[in-house]
Ligand binder design. Sequence first.
Ligand SMILES: Cc1ncc(COP(=O)(O)O)c(C=O)c1O
Length: 435
Amino acid sequence: MVHLNGTTKDRSQLVPFSSRLKEGRALAQDVWSIFNAANLPADCINLGQGYMNFAPPDWIKDAANEALSTVSGSHYSHPKGRPRLRQALKKYYDPMFGRDLDIEKEILVTSGANEGQYSVFVAFLEEGDEVIMFEPFFDQYLPSVTFNGGKPVYIPLHPDTSRGKITSNDWTIDFEELRRAITSRTKMIIVNTPHNPVGKVFTRDELEKIAALAEEFNLLVMSDEVYDTLTFDDKEHVRFANLPGMWDRTVTVGSAGKMFNATGYRVGWLIAPASIIQPTLAATTRIVFCSNSPLQEAAAAGLEQVHERKFFEKQRKEYDERRRILIDCFDELGLTYTRPEGTYFILLDVSNINWPEDYPFPESVKGRGRDFLACWYIALEFGVSSIPVSEFYCEEHVNIGERYARFAFCKDVDTLKQAAERLKGLKKAISKTTS
Ligand SMILES: Cc1ncc(COP(=O)(O)O)c(C=O)c1O
């Protein structure tokens, strides 16, 4: 407040901000700000947020340090990405796509997968274009679509809740529901496989059915495959762009952050035909101009060495062990969960976790899905934080998501073991009958 001509005027919000922030849920108190370290007990083990509590491997850190001390590594890169990284991406992905990828026209380096996806929306969406996304959805999709005039259309994956033990494969698409959701304004569909947070690795059959709809209704397909190196139980990762006829309408999304435990490096990429990459390049050039240079060099070094070091094979084994710690813990407790076949997330069914009626919940979690209360209670009473899954649903479908809490196992074994030990205390909060 300041005094102006003897009057008191509130100057804290002189200029109104854009309504698109509200529409993109950007102003709402989101799950990350409620369940962050500042609001939780200091010694709470964070299995909420999906980033690692360990560093990238030394040989990638060394490459980053080396690049920082060079002249060219300290300056702008080409908006398409540094040639060394595009070359490394080509070498890595050529055999997987069965193509001779053109590093000038078919590969684009971005500032994390996120900015790459944003740039695709900038490049392709007209006001009112509809974008189909499966629920639960990666939360950045929503604002990225609405900021660019798009309208999200939500199709829930349906978990089989009739059985105790399910895998991520038991979360399925109702294809009639999907077909009904397509209108003359549908422009795009986002497929995320392996899927955050369900851990679902879509089957070839499911992807082929989506592909048939994409062809029939002429849709652009964004295939978010940032967890492509993280599949378990010999589950096959099928690349959407490899399905018959799909290369021409698919943009595949990748992330060095997920591949190399380097989420802060902010290096990602898009692989697609020139017809998709060229307009997206025009967009990304005007948004960030280029991605940061030294960490592109580090990502390139990473990709260049993965085969010889058998990096992904070893990493998969490590994640499998981490997954096992939580699975064993939940099995021992007799809790129901979704066994993930990919990614580093596991969904715990919290519908039969109970708390005292007068438990002092903060206002921030009241009035949200039941999962918000469950996650808060577990974090406060047992010292392990997780993320309520209803956050990744539209309001209409909150009832599906509020059954689950997402635990991230991208943490070191000791931390996970400690978390599992604490979670054993949940025994006393489990009701005998599942609601
Ligand atoms: C499904 C999915 N897509 C994209 C991203 C964004 O990746 P990046 O950190 O490279 O922007 C994430 C990160 O959590 C994700 O889970």
